[in-house]
Design a protein around this ligand. Sequence first.
Ligand code: G6P
Length: 629
Amino acid sequence: MCGIVGAVSTRNIVPVLVQGLQRLEYRGYDSCGVAVHDASLEGNQGSGLHRARSTARVAELMEQVTKEHLQGATGIAHTRWATHGAPAVHNAHPHFSVGPGVGDAHAAGRVGLVHNGIIENHEALRAALQAKGYEFLSQTDTEVIAHLVDSHYNGDLFDAVQAAIKELRGAYAIAVMHKDEPHRVVGARAGSPLILGVGQNENFLASDAMALAGVTDQIVYLAEGDMVDLQIGRYWIVNQVGKTMEAGERPVKTVRAHSGAVELGPYRHYMQKEIFEQPRAIAETLEGVVSVVPELFDGADGTAAWRVFKEIDNVLILACGTSYYSGCAAKYWIEGLAGIPCNVEVASEYRYRKSVPNPRSLVVTISQSGETADTLAALRHAQGLGMTNTLTICNVATSAMVRECKLAYITRAGVEIGVASTKAFTTQLAGLFLLTLALGQAKGKITESESDHYLEQMRHLPVALQAVLALEPQVVSWAEDFARKNNALFLGRGIHYPIALEGALKLKEISYIHAEAYPAGELKHGPLALVDSEMPVVTVAPNDELLEKLKSNMQEVRARGGVLYVLADANTDIENAPGIHVIRMPEHYGALSPILHVVPLQLLSYHTALARGTDVDKPRNLAKSVTVE
Ligand code: G6P
């Protein structure tokens, strides 16, 4: 989703800004832009703010700025994921305000601004600004903020931004500059993440530390409602009640820059790389885990998990997208193995519905990024209802989710770039399985020796995953069939129903084939009407207690001419036959089977997308990190 980079320096900062955008590309975007103050370079008198914007990739923006000799030591840059207004150059950020009555799209700006988030009262503000003579050149809510800052400007950018944000309703992270203040960028955040990077005699703003990888690893995480005043070699942070923060109140943290992790290496796409990284990611998850103890889930501030685990009597999981499906799978473990009632809710639904709070719930948020707006809002909603026992399963240790939850389990997936989540999902499942064991022990439902036995099985997962990845050539032949289809059905039962859901999500996300998943028992209550020879039906069929039931469902499909694509276990009698394509999984893996069965489905969507020629890592209309509602 949208990304911000900003800088106040003494060198030409354009390459740093554009490279920062390149590192944020993984979040998903449809246009990009950069603006600089050209007076900031020594010997240059300057003529105000200048910008370059594009609806092409960031690499093309780089060519454009080189061709146009755009240079400056103070600047802001942005990748936009359209919410208000189509993806078009005139809607791309940075937005300029040129003052009332000067509707010249080419005029050098007075105020330049980039924004992540959504301004809910933009229509009312737009009308009021139009009445003052401001002309709007875009359909965005962002341009409203640029004009609003201009309307409040009285010689001090910080004061103008402070006055402007008082009028905003909604979520924002912004970076702003003014033509009369060549060595200053002002930032503010409410509801969207923003960080400050401290360099040698230069300072930066970004929506995520990765944007600054290789530039600085000295990071300050701005808190909700903070404003920051960036100047050459110094900065001030003011909190939401206007108090200037002391150094200790917003500490500078050393954040390991992970620019290396975003190299593609021998792979064609990040998604492919990330699918193949899963054995290593699971191995890293288990490294150092000698036995399953509550300490694995202790909070970032040292809060002891065992106390919380003793206190709670049910689990409420909140998440979005792929993370939601890992929660759906975990429900089967938490209820089936640990014997604790568990509900799973889509975060965007939970946050707005009237629910009955239970102070003895363990509220578990699951998130790769730790910044998903709906999941964060659902967490805060639950806290507001008095549910203070919170735990997050999250891939980013420095994220808001980890900071705001009492307890945390950090998955070791490493940076995930592909918009379609893969290794984050399997590491979430591994974390959730460990959580099940820890909760089961706390409640006396799982003995220490049973837990050790499960842990032993988990240790074998990396090898088992390698064996599943070796099935790739067979999956490729399935993908050739799927690439010619417009619809697909995915069936599963029990804990493999969420795996079917995840398989369908992967296929639609990156190959744009309409795919739906059903619990196989529901087939005859509707979806069977869709089945004919044009409808491939993927069946996740491990050799568990539900297999015989599933086989009957498969017969129902065959009887209607549907073609089955079955993921079967080694020791079953499901065989290749006309209309039945079988991939045999290397072995049956008991409770951990979902972690293996999802992998061929990831490969299926990857190879189908490849055959259809879609943009695997950056599917249309989607974003990696959804920081707006
Ligand atoms: C977006 C991503 C998905 C992800 C979902 C939740 O939709 O494209 O891959 O599953 O957000 O993100 P989170 O970071 O909270 O796991």
